[in-house]
Design a protein around this ligand. Structure first.
Ligand code: TXA
Ligand code: MG
Length: 370
């Protein structure tokens, strides 16, 4: 039988707060003190612990990618289905060899152009990668993030960090350390606070291991940018573009409802004026039904909507600005108790495809046409 002392210690450990280290100047190079602290956090990962860290996209929840029990801990901390594989983060191109069966020419071209950066490549996995990390698949997702703390942590942890976004499964990805703690406090050992992420939505995923090179998750690196480097026309997994069709998305993570606040999200598509009118009508109906309403819209329209909560991004053709605040806006809607949330479309730029994709996920794959 467990002694009451052991039980007490375990309970205390369960509620002890996650350690937080704040990078001294997130805009500048790492200081000696930063490096020292990140070195300690790297050891936590080496010993099988979990550390969340900033990247240029969203915060990651890191564990040793080559240790099956670390991957198991990641799934447990997130409450994530274990068939949804993790991305392995590396800090040096030469480390790719150990975890892959072969490195296609195209992977080298893409890495030269986009790494470190927001591109994840699916490659054939070597036996060094536990199948707990790959969700049972014989392929592995790899990326080299463009963030000094992330690269330093990967180095300190031995070169391979498995890291999904550091949110509870189904919730919006965290873009600040505060959001990480909101979901993960007490569930992980430490967090590196590196301020707000630059991009604000997750990396583009390209499949280089399948029959056909295709994008499995759109992101900041657009199909056009990929096509230009590879000299072929790269397209998006058709199952993502037509959520009603019977084909299943190839990336397991794209099959689940995701990024979702508690309220109902309603993306609205159409010309800007039609979208505006449609949302006004929806807000009117919400008011009549006594629902607390929210709108996420362009800066230009923010003062025109009569909703309980309004959050705005940049102008309607600026998907980058919108992506930067998108997940924050969704989390705000939760904090403010929004029950129905209308979102204008920000699809005009190439990068807008990524935003529309996340929006559809947060809405459970439905939208309204204005
Ligand atoms: O920007 C990002 O990619 C962030 C930061 C932390 O790096 N990470 C991230 O990880 O978004 P996560 O776990 O939230 O999303 C990983 C996605 C999931 O949709 C998963 O199904 C897919 O990558 N994935 C991972 N390995 C795969 C594989 N071998 N084949 C197909 N899809 C894979
Ligand atoms: Mg995620």
């Amino acid at each position: 039988m467990e002694s009451s002392q052991a039980l007490y210690l375990r309970t205390v450990k369960d509620i002890v707060d996650t350690q937080v280290y704040k990078i001294e100047n997130p805009e500048g190079p790492l200081t000696e003190h930063d490096k020292e602290k990140i070195g300690e956090f790297g050891l936590i990962i080496k010993r099988g612990g979990l550390v969340a860290f900033p990247t240029e996209t969203v915060y990651g929840l890191g564990g040793d990618a080559l240790n099956a029990s670390s991957s198991e801990k990641i799934y447990a901390a997130k409450g994530r289905p274990s068939d949804n594989p993790l991305i392995v983060h590396i800090c040096d191109m030469k480390d790719l060899e150990r975890i892959t069966e072969d490195i296609p020419e195209d992977a080298v071209k893409l890495a030269e152009r986009f790494w470190p950066g927001p591109l994840t490549m699916i490659l054939r996995a070597s036996s060094a990668v536990p199948r707990r990390t790959t969700g049972g698949l014989d392929t592995v997702a790899v990326r080299m993030p463009d963030n000094p703390s992330a690269l330093e942590l990967i180095r300190a942890a031995g070169g391979y960090i498995a890291a999904p976004s550091a949110n509870l499964s189904g919730k919006p990805s965290p873009t600040t350390a505060v959001y990480v703690l909101e979901d993960m406090n007490g569930r992980i050992d430490a967090v590196i606070d590196g301020g707000e992420n630059d991009i604000g939505i997750e990396s583009t995923i390209i499949d280089l291991a399948g029959d056909k090179i295709q994008v499995l998750r759109p992101g900041y690196i657009t199909n056009k940018m990929l096509s230009d480097v590879l000299g072929i026309r790269v397209e998006t997994d058709p199952a993502l573009l037509d959520p009603g069709c019977s084909k299943r998305p190839k990336a397991p993570g794209m099959r689940y409802r995701h990024y979702a606040p508690k309220g109902e999200v309603i993306p609205v598509r159409g010309t800007p004026e039609k979208v505006y009118e449609h949302i006004c009508q929806g807000l009117e109906n919400a008011r009549k039904s006594g629902l607390r309403s929210g709108v996420i819209c362009s800066a230009d329209n923010a003062s025109r909507y009569e909703a309980d909560i309004v959050r705005h991004a940049g102008s309607l053709d600026d998907a980058e600005a919108a992506a930067h605040v998108f997940y924050t806006a969704l989390r705000d809607m939760d904090d403010e108790g929004a029950e129905i949330i209308y979102v204008e479309n920000f699809t005009d730029l190439g990068f807008g495809e990524a935003l529309w994709n996340r929006l559809l996920k947060s809405a459970g794959s439905k939208w309204e046409e204005a």
